[in-house]
Every structure is written in structure tokens, then in C-alpha cells.
Design a protein. Sequence first.
Length: 181
Amino acid sequence: MKDDLLGQIFLRFAGVSLLAVGGATAALPEAQRQIVGELHWLTNVQFAETFAIAQVSPGPNVIVFSLFGWRLAGLAGLIVATLGVLGPSSLLAFAAARTMRRAGAAPWLARLKTALIPLAIGLMAANGYLLARGADSGLLATVITLASAAFVALSPRSPLWAMATAAAIAVAAERLGILPQ
């Protein structure tokens, strides 16, 4: 049974890795669709919690897939998920880099690069929406999400200010007994 799960984790994450245009974070909407919506391996809240842990951990964003593997199947799941998400995309990136080096300043390459920018931004925006939908379990969480997004989008200040404020609000709300569990 566990071997079957490990094989599924590898194949699913290998497929998702090929969608990581713009980095691993851009592939999270598809990962969420599969892991939460299709396979029911995790709930929306578990998915959002795992993402949050990955974001506060040092290292590359791709660590989130390793943590999904860990949560699903322990150490073996972590290893299989990491290999699945890094292997195919690394091979594709290597092949693409060789092709781009050979193509030089070809017009088709410039058009391709220009077309990939809005794709990456769209995937990241979808990711933000899906994570907010999974994490916003009440009015307070929704207000914190919207206020944080507005602050980051409209302010020249560091996002750390939004993070610190949100943490302080959450601690105060928990102490006052108004934070939903």
C-alpha cells in the first residue's frame, strides 16, 4: 500500500514539476487541485499549513513539495516527492538552456520569453487565491489576508511589517478567545 502511495506521489509531483513555469510556487494551484481536490490526500487547511511552514523555512520554495511528501508518507515520501518534483523539471531546464544557448537571439525565442511572463504571473495569482481560500477560515483570517495583500501591493515597506502585524493580531485574537480553531 505504501509503495503504491510512494509511486503515486512520484508520478503526480513529476507531472506537476513540468508546470513550474515561474518556479515551484507557480505549480501549487495544480498541486492543490490534485492533492486536495482530486486525491483528497490533504484538506485545504493542511495544504495551506504545509505551504506556510515551507515559506518560513530557509531554503528554496520547492521545499513545499518535500513537506507534502513528508506529511503523506514520512521520510520515504519526502525523498520520493523531492525527486519527483526536481527530476523532470531539472532535465527540462537543462534541455531548454541548451536550446536557448544554440538559438541565441532568434526572434521566436524572444517571443517565447515574452509570452511566459504573463503565464508565470497568472499561475502565481491563482496560487495566492487558492491558498487564501484554504486558509481563510473566518472573517478575521479573511480581513488579515486582504489587508496583507493590499499592504504588500500598495506599500513600499517590507512585507515583514504585514507579517508582524498579522502575527500580533492573531496572538491578541487568540488571547481574547475570538480566534476560530
